[in-house]
Design a protein around this ligand. Structure first.
Ligand SMILES: [Zn+2]
Length: 306
């Protein structure tokens, strides 16, 4: 071997070492979440210790997301997939996981986390379930992140799993999650006081998206514009809802902003005093809602009427 080829081999080995070392030097965890609320919570937990991306947009109905190949590519590179579970993503996440061919994020693996079942789901079905009941979730209402207290608990569950995958940063993940949980607990008291001040005690919604928010802030939700979950409002059902709004003097209707808000026109014709608001129900659901706190703040403002 002459001097030149020794030099070339040495250069090659040096470059190979740099290439091999590079992924270690930048071994940040890659987290993919199904929905934007989970992304926002995970970002708070991670700070700059991981990259976090969501699949669904905040303006989309999370029940119906198209399993695009680009989502499979994201999932194929992920170290951790965080979902709500409780059947929220049942129509699209299984296809994305199949397409991703990433064994470490399959159900049952350390790289797969479902947070919904960990935070005491409401409306868990007892007894027989049939298709005639509509798009029912037998394991409970999956819209858990709309409650700030549960969001804080979810942060802690996420921190624990991240700590298992990256033990060197476990303490920092937990510290960040606890800070978020404490902050949301403090704000919940202030939000409750503001809601109490409005005198609003019941709200009609389009879908049962806000159940956990109402449960947390002691707001009744005696009617839903969908006659059954996932079934668009019928005129017969709207007439029933109008009667209920009159009888119970319900002051407010919230339509989640991925549904058709014109459904409230007929109600407002019959009950002019009722106020109808189109509301974002996810992070990124409207401009200015980029942190998980913004989501609740915006809902409280809508209860207040501004
Ligand atoms: Zn739902």
């Amino acid at each position: 071997m002459n001097l030149k080829s020794v030099y070339l081999v040495a250069t090659f080995l040096f470059a190979a070492c740099i290439l091999a070392a590079a992924p270690l030097a930048h071994a940040k965890l890659r987290v993919v979440t199904t929905v934007t609320d989970l992304r926002a919570i995970t970002e708070e937990v991670c700070g700059d210790l991981a990259s976090v991306e969501a699949i669904a947009k905040g303006t989309q109905d999370p029940h119906y997301i198209e399993a695009k190949p680009s989502f499979m590519v994201k999932a194929s590179r992920a170290d951790l997939m965080i979902s709500i579970g409780l059947d929220l993503e049942i129509g699209w996440l299984p296809s994305i996981l199949r397409g991703a061919r990433n064994p470490s994020i399959m159900k049952g693996q350390q790289g797969y986390l479902e947070v919904g079942p960990l935070v005491e789901p409401l409306e868990v079905s007892k007894g027989e379930i049939s298709r005639a009941m509509g798009d029912i979730h037998p394991f409970g209402n999956p819209h858990v992140t709309i409650d700030p207290i549960r969001a804080g608990e979810i942060a802690v569950h996420i921190a624990k799993r991240l700590g298992e995958l990256d033990s060197g940063n476990a303490a920092r993940f937990l510290q960040n999650a606890t800070a978020l949980k404490t902050r949301l607990e403090a704000k919940t008291k202030l939000w409750q006081a503001r809601i109490d001040k409005t005198g609003v005690k019941s709200i009609v919604t389009y879908h049962k998206t806000l159940t956990y928010f109402f449960d947390r802030f002691k707001i009744a939700h005696p009617a839903i514009l969908e006659p059954k979950p996932g079934i668009p409002p019928t005129s017969g059902h709207i007439i029933d809802v109008i009667q209920l709004i009159r009888a119970q003097k319900i002051p407010l209707i919230f339509v989640e902003n991925f549904f058709d808000p014109t459904v409230t026109n007929k109600i407002k014709q019959d009950v002019p005093s009722v106020r109808a608001a189109t509301v974002a129900v996810s992070v990124d659901g409207a401009p200015g809602i980029s942190k998980i706190d913004d989501l609740y703040e915006n809902l409280v403002k809508n209860v207040e009427g501004h």
